[in-house]
Design a protein around this ligand. Structure first.
Ligand code: MEZ
Length: 532
């Protein structure tokens, strides 16, 4: 039975063992051990949480049940009532999503001289980019190279990523850092201006560039300012609810819905970029999430209905260290940087049960094993969790390190009376990232002409598991590329004519024929528990 006094008592064991644990070098798992661990404990391997798609381009493939319901759900558009002949907006590049990828895309489109417009269901910056804490990877130090970065990322993703995408990710990375630096991102630097870099799980070199533990917020702040300062139009509180095609099957705009008035609007565009982010608010398998409020997989639905293929949509990332206690911040991100700085994961007996910087899927599965099969978890009012020994950071690196390097963590727990400099914290995996998404090539093109995707909604960059810091990197690298390629394509495209939503009707027919048509409205737009 959970009691706060009991937690305090158990925390003493962690403190007692700290000197011994601090110098311990836990061994890395072998490939065979990792495979066996994942198969038994990682949520991606729980077969009864998945189903097989009955309709659309990925028919016959495995998919999380909640996502299948949305992919095969009911369109929000009554095609017979929409007039596509008189658009409310006309632009060259329509960007759906106002996070890091959408904003980077808009800035590069503007650089190329295209007319870009962002449409976002919340506000620009209400996105997972804003929530990322620990940093962004780039191989820009003398002991590192894009090739080494490639090997880390490709291996970490179980060799499943599309090689040309990983190549693009790692080769464009150093320039992405310089681009952000010039835009005004305040990276952590030594007094001589050298960027400070640290390790993340699965990195063989220190290549994590950070802005304390506000990395995503700082990057998003800068991108948002840039979009606004350039006067790029942003239509906020407006969601895209269906992609529009032209008579030749090319993406030519989107049906929009004002989130407040529910007014339906039409945006016509020469090219369309989906940059809608992730899906944490679907709470797969009942997990809490570190994601922002709007992360409801919308882009996957928009793309799928129009015929864009999904790749690895059955693989999710459960960040090993979601907050396990207190309940007000249950599932909130405890950045991997805490472990990069030296904190170790400890069980109820005060034992370090694994190397703290294994890849995320392996670390999450290890924690789940500790709390289930090994019964070495610590009981809270919300379930089981393990200790993350945060005071070990200052034990190793001296007083003041936590405030200097991870002030967001200090504040987040401080609000609930927990001083992470003095007490260990409780953590358990939280739904953090969709590893797959809409399949793209290295020009961010989906299989549908004039339809692009970038950021978390895109699939193939990370294979079946993403490393820390490769997401902030991917939103910048692929966001910028989407902006460049979608604008170039728009330059050579005439204003689309004879806009159509016939594909929506066709998809509805397919659903009816296969007998899986459901009444679940999709895209979902807001989580189930949103206030009406
Ligand atoms: O890349 C991420 O997901 C990230 C930086 C998260 C974190 O632990 O801080």
């Amino acid at each position: 039975m959970y009691k706060i006094e009991k937690l305090n008592e158990l925390a003493k064991k962690v403190a007692e063992k700290r000197p011994e644990n601090a110098v311990l070098e836990p061994r890395r798992m072998t490939a065979e051990e990792k495979d066996a661990l994942l198969a038994e404990f990682h949520p991606d391997y729980k077969q009864d949480e998945f189903t097989v798609l009955s309709a659309g381009v990925n028919k016959g493939e495995k998919i999380p049940t909640q996502l299948a319901d949305l992919l095969q759900g009911k369109s929000r558009v009554d095609v017979s009532k929409i007039d596509l002949s008189n658009p409310d907006y006309d632009t060259d590049v329509l960007i759906i999503g106002g996070g890091g990828a959408g904003s980077s895309c808009a800035i590069e489109a503007d650089n190329v001289g295209a007319r870009a417009m962002i449409v976002t269901k919340l506000r620009i910056g209400d996105a997972n980019t804003m929530m990322a804490e620990g940093g962004i990877q780039a191989a820009d130090k003398p002991n590192d190279s894009p090739l080494i970065h490639y090997i880390d990322a490709f291996g970490g993703g179980h060799f499943a990523a599309k090689p040309e995408l990983v190549k693009k990710l790692v080769t464009d990375a150093p320039d992405a850092i310089q681009w952000l630096n010039k835009l005004g991102v305040e990276f952590d630097k030594e007094p001589d201006g050298t960027m400070i870099t640290t390790h993340g799980g699965g990195t063989s070199r220190k290549r994590m560039h950070a802005c304390k533990d506000y990395s995503g917020a700082e990057i998003m702040r800068t991108l948002r300012d840039e979009v606004i300062n350039r006067g790029i139009p942003v239509v906020d509180f407006t969601s895209a609810i269906e992609i529009i095609l032209d008579e030749n099957g090319k993406a030519s705009g989107a049906v929009l819905m004002n989130m407040e008035t529910k007014e339906i609007l039409v945006a016509r565009a020469k090219t369309v970029v989906i940059a809608t982010g992730g899906a944490g608010r679907l709470h797969y398998q009942g997990f809490p999430t570190s994601n922002h409020y709007g992360a409801t997989a919308d882009g996957l639905i928009l793309g799928y209905r129009v015929g864009a293929k999904l790749l690895y949509a059955d693989t999710l990332q459960y960040h090993p260290t979601g907050t396990g206690y207190p309940e007000q911040i249950f599932g909130a991100l405890v950045t991997e940087k805490v472990r990069s700085l030296g904190a170790k994961l400890v069980n109820i007996d005060g034992e370090v049960f694994m190397h703290p910087l294994e890849t995320r899927d392996v670390t999450a599965a290890s924690i789940i094993r500790e709390c289930t099969a090994r019964d070495k978890g610590i009981e809270t009012n919300l379930g089981k969790a393990v200790w993350l020994d945060t005071p070990m950071i200052e034990y190793k690196h001296g007083e003041g390190t936590i405030e200097k390097r991870i002030p967001a963590m200090l504040r987040m727990f401080g609000k609930y009376g927990i001083d992470i400099r003095k007490e260990p914290i409780l953590v358990y995996p939280t739904l953090h990232y969709q590893n797959g998404g809409l399949e793209i090539n290295d020009r961010c093109e989906t299989g549908v002409e004039n339809l692009y995707a970038c950021g978390e909604v895109a699939g193939g960059i990370h294979g079946r598991n993403r490393l820390m810091g490769n997401s902030l990197l991917d939103v910048i690298v692929f966001g910028r590329n989407a902006g460049i390629y979608a604008s170039e394509k728009a330059k050579n495209t005439d204003i689309p004519e004879n806009l159509t939503l016939a594909h929506v009707e066709k998809f509805n027919r397919e659903l009816a024929e296969t007998g899986v048509a459901s009444d679940v409205l999709s895209p979902m737009l807001l989580p189930k528990y949103a206030r009406k």
